[in-house]
Design a protein around this ligand. Structure first.
Ligand code: FNR
Length: 387
């Protein structure tokens, strides 16, 4: 269907589903175990109500803000998600092109299907990126990647360290699709490089399981021994960029991140409350619950680090609710991929157009002219805090 006939993110997902391969669908759609957390991610927003105010001149509403000190035109960003070229040859560079009108930051996955250099090569001037790291058991490989990222300081403004996936999860849709590593790797432009890594791993005596789903294939080589004490000092030695910790799911860890940030200025600058789109630990909490916990037990976290959230965003109202509860920015993972699947870079553009318009409508309906006005006074959380 023509993109302008698609009116919301569900319709874009449905359109993408008819156009991408079954294997791609299984990888993108899948989440761990019974998909409870994936469903709850969105349901949690539906159970938070808005408290609109009237008699406010809302002729215009601005969505401008800053992320890590950089001006951006929208609080919406692209979460790191692997293998965009499975959906469309435009790949991660197509996502960059698709969001270029909206001034959003793009976080590039460690397992992107294009190299970090290729992704930024044709990006619009001023387009900002972050690079996401899965620390490898062979640290030298991670260090080499960090060195490559450091060579593009105009583009890559942060390193996002993902912490919520220390081991692969059970994504049954993905495993059922049973993609062979060879096929996945061939579909990516980074094929050669990936191939080399596989060869090296073989030489090192490690054996990838060629019958696992894409998730498990990509996970191969990822370290499970990260700690506050060892990993952050190591990372600091290998990057000067602000560090963003992704996958914080409790107020305790948010507190520890904020404490670390205060004790080591210029290291951890933001945390992302995320459960990996329900793809890691099933029945782990939606980001918005963690936001509420932080508000209750350690609100000082919001002063020490920027708090970003992702997971389950389908509507502008979801985004505004997260911002009202203290989030500085809100990410979409699958939505960008579905946009790509529905129509390449133009599908991403359409996805962001819809979300941007919905954010503005919501702000105006609520009587908020500026993001800085958003706060808990606009929110009723009785339905999620019943007990
Ligand atoms: C992801 N996500 C992810 N996160 C990460 O840190 N590194 C990665 O490589 C990936 N890869 C990835 C692939 C696919 C197909 C998906 C759907 C997700 C998680 C992602 O960054 C984000 O946390 C979630 O996608 C947010 O949830 P929604 O927006 O998909 O509901």
């Amino acid at each position: 269907p023509p993109l302008d006939t698609l009116l919301n993110l569900d319709e874009i997902e449905a359109a993408a589903t008819t156009q991408i391969s079954k294997k791609c669908w299984a990888y993108y759609f899948s989440a761990s175990d019974d998909l409870h957390t994936k469903a709850l991610n969105n349901l949690a927003y539906r159970n938070i109500l808005l408290r609109p105010r009237v008699f406010v001149d809302v002729t215009t509403a601005s969505t401008s803000t800053t992320l890590l000190g950089h001006p951006v035109s929208t609080p919406l960003y692209v979460s790191p998600a692997a293998m965009a070229r499975l959906a469309h040859p435009d790949g991660e560079a197509g996502i960059a092109r698709g969001i270029s009108r909206f001034g959003a930051m793009q976080l590039v996955s460690h397992n992107a299907s294009m190299s970090p250099e290729q992704i930024v090569a044709d990006a619009a001037p001023g387009q900002l990126f972050g690079w996401q790291l899965y620390v490898q058991t062979n640290r030298a490989k991670s260090e080499a990647m960090l060195a490559r990222i450091a060579r593009m300081p105009d583009r890559y403004k942060c390193v996002v360290l993902t912490l919520d996936a220390p081991v692969p999860s059970k994504r049954e849709d993905d495993e059922r699709a049973g993609i062979e590593a060879r096929l996945v790797m061939e579909s990516a432009r980074a094929a050669e490089e990936q191939q080399q890594q596989q060869e090296e791993k073989k030489k090192e005596g490690e054996k990838p399981d060629s019958n696992a789903g894409v998730g498990k294939q990509l996970f191969f080589g990822t370290a499970a021994d990260l700690t506050w004490e060892t990993t952050l000092p190591w990372l600091r030695r290998h990057t000067d960029l602000p560090i963003v910790l992704k996958g914080i799911q409790t107020h305790e860890d948010a507190y520890l991140a904020a404490r670390y940030a205060r004790r080591h200025p210029g290291t951890v600058r933001a945390i992302i409350l995320s459960n990996h789109g329900g793809r890691s630990l099933d029945t782990s909490p939606p980001a918005v619950h963690t936001l509420l916990e932080i508000r209750k037990y350690c609100p000082e976290v919001f002063d020490a680090v920027e708090v970003w959230v992702d997971g389950g965003i389908r509507r502008g109202t979801d985004i505004v609710k997260a911002l009202c509860l203290g989030a500085k920015a809100v990410g979409v993972g699958r939505a960008a991929l579905w946009g790509l699947g529905a129509g390449g870079w133009k599908g991403v553009d359409r996805t962001f157009e819809i979300l941007h318009a919905e954010i503005q409508t919501c702000m105006k309906m609520m009587g908020a002219k500026d993001l800085s006005e958003l706060g808990p006074r606009f929110i009723n959380t009785r339905m999620v805090e019943r007990d």
